[in-house]
Design a protein around this ligand. Structure first.
Ligand code: BV8
Ligand code: ZN
Length: 248
């Protein structure tokens, strides 16, 4: 896998690095990407429709069961060498921010610390009515439980289409993109906004921006470098090329 010297050099010298990941970084863990998630009984639903407040209002059981199905997929999965390489990179870079659109929590399970979950997390819950955070040790499979505060319906603590991103997370992500010297954009189709704006914000702030994906997407030709290979193979190779076998 040919990795350009300019990227290897920048990996070695950059003191401020920001990374944006999408579903593609978890594909090699067996977690289907957002577009590929719709298999079997979920094939007839558009994910963007299910991931919306209107869908939850219209059919809370259906939406709850979809998230239960996705939680089960993630519980059966483990971080892959791509996740582990990013956790290793964090330990070598002074100012490192890992911004993810993924709600699967696999980056933290891989040991990453400074993770910004732009779109929330499958394993956190809050009330759809009063927004109070709700602790669920075992989440029921078939229907959303009632909120202990107001009796409203509990929902997954994820960002649905048409909903604003958590402002603190978004501000942290934008600040990291604006100050970084190197921005890696990994395994995202670059369609969903405002997350897809981050690599462009980084580039227009002077960073060297790199896309890592298995195929060209919406970001094609808009960054400084585009490398097409599975992230679970390319990221470990990049770490070894930049830091030698010391790569942990
Ligand atoms: C917002 C959490 C302000 C939930 C997600 C009209 C009406 C309302 C809104 C809009 C509108 N038009 C546009 C918008 C904005 C909308 C948007 O961008 N829509 C798109 C579809 C056009 N954005 C929003 O609604 C955002 N909020 O704008 O609020 C507002 C408020 C009111 C009214 C208007 C605006 C909120 C967006 C967040 C939604 N929640 N997830 C859940 O997960 O259930 S988005 C979800 O989908 C993911 O988090 C992720 O962001 C996105 C999926 O994208 P990817 O992760 O990139 O995955 P995908 O499957 O697409 O691609 C996988 C990639 O991996 C591919 O490129 C593939 O080639 C690559 N790959 C595969 N295998 C590998 C690989 N790469 C490397 N290695 C491999 N092995
Ligand atoms: Zn409530």
């Amino acid at each position: 896998m040919q990795i350009p010297d300019t990227l290897i050099e920048r990996m070695r010298t950059a003191r401020r690095v920001a990374v944006l990941t999408g579903a593609g970084v978890s594909a090699e863990s067996g977690v289907p990407t957002f577009r590929d998630a719709q298999t079997g009984l979920w094939a007839r639903y558009d994910p963007a429709e299910l991931a919306s407040p209107d869908a939850f209002r219209a059919n809370p059981k259906l939406v709850w069961q979809w998230y239960a199905y996705r939680r089960a997929l993630v519980e059966a999965a483990a971080p892959n060498p791509g996740h582990l390489a990013l956790a290793d990179l964090e330990r070598r870079i002074e100012d490192f921010t890992l911004i993810t659109q993924n709600v699967d929590g696999l980056h933290r399970r891989a040991g990453s610390q400074n993770v910004v979950e732009l779109h929330g997390n499958l394993f956190r819950y809050r009330c759809f009515h009063c927004a109070a955070p709700v602790e669920l040790t075992i989440a029921p499979q078939d229907a959303p439980p009632p909120c202990p505060q107001c009796g409203g319906l509990v929902r997954p603590d994820v960002v649905w289409f048409g909903e604003w991103l958590p402002s603190q997370a978004w501000q942290t992500a934008v600040a990291a993109a604006e100050r970084c010297e190197l921005f890696l954009c990994i395994g995202t189709s670059g369609v969903v906004r405002p997350a897809a704006d981050l690599p462009l914000i980084a580039r227009s702030s002077g960073a060297y921006a790199v896309e890592i994906n298995i195929a060209p997407g919406a970001l094609d030709d808009r960054l400084d470098l585009h490398l097409y290979a599975p992230s679970g193979q390319l990221l470990p190779a990049l770490m070894t090329a930049a830091f030698g076998d010391a790569a942990r």
